[in-house]
Design a protein around this ligand. Structure first.
Ligand code: ZN
Length: 171
């Protein structure tokens, strides 16, 4: 029998577990970095964990995979059975790109992807924003194609280092 964990310790371990769950499309960024974790509730007796996630359009084809991974990570981290852990997607609040943590923005850049610029979606589409190149940092970049490989990304070209790159569209 495992020693009982306090609610505080359980919550910390749940966050550790979730920080290890990556976005299936961008493996260097976690669902915590993306600001997808809306709420974590723990009950000491009987031991139970409930997590609310906010669906992002970034991982939308993979939401089922994300909740499955989150569930497995929590169970492994806390030694719980499947009926003690519940991970659901909440529609109470909408995800938007301002929810991405500063660390998540850095990790996107390290992945070679420009984090979403802090402008409105319409300003972005109109090209009224400069997006810094994730490779060289230059703002001398040009929007090539508003439709990148997925609905959430656009293709840019850096005039300084001549690299094409993807940028996350603001929503
Ligand atoms: Zn560049």
């Amino acid at each position: 029998m495992q020693p009982k964990l306090s609610a505080t310790v359980m919550k910390e371990r749940v966050m550790t577990a979730l920080a290890g769950v990556s976005d299936p499309e961008i493996p260097t960024i976690s669902i915590v970095d993306l600001g997808m974790v809306e709420d974590v509730r723990v009950h000491e007796a009987p031991t139970r964990v409930e997590v609310d996630l906010v669906p992002t359009f970034l991982g939308c084809p993979a939401l089922a995979m994300i909740s499955q991974r989150a569930m497995t990570a929590i169970r492994t981290q806390l030694g719980l059975s499947s009926d003690q852990v519940r991970v659901v997607f909440s529609t109470r609040s909408a995800w938007d790109t301002t929810r991405i943590h500063p660390q998540g923005r850095d990790r996107l850049k390290a992945f070679g992807m420009a984090p979403p610029p802090k402008v409105s979606a319409s300003e972005f589409v109109a090209g009224q924003t400069s997006v810094a190149c994730p490779f060289c940092g230059s703002e001398d970049t040009k929007l090539e194609n508003i439709f990148g490989p997925t609905a959430c990304r656009a293709m840019f070209y850096c005039r300084r280092c001549r690299n094409p790159f993807e940028a996350i569209k603001p929503v």
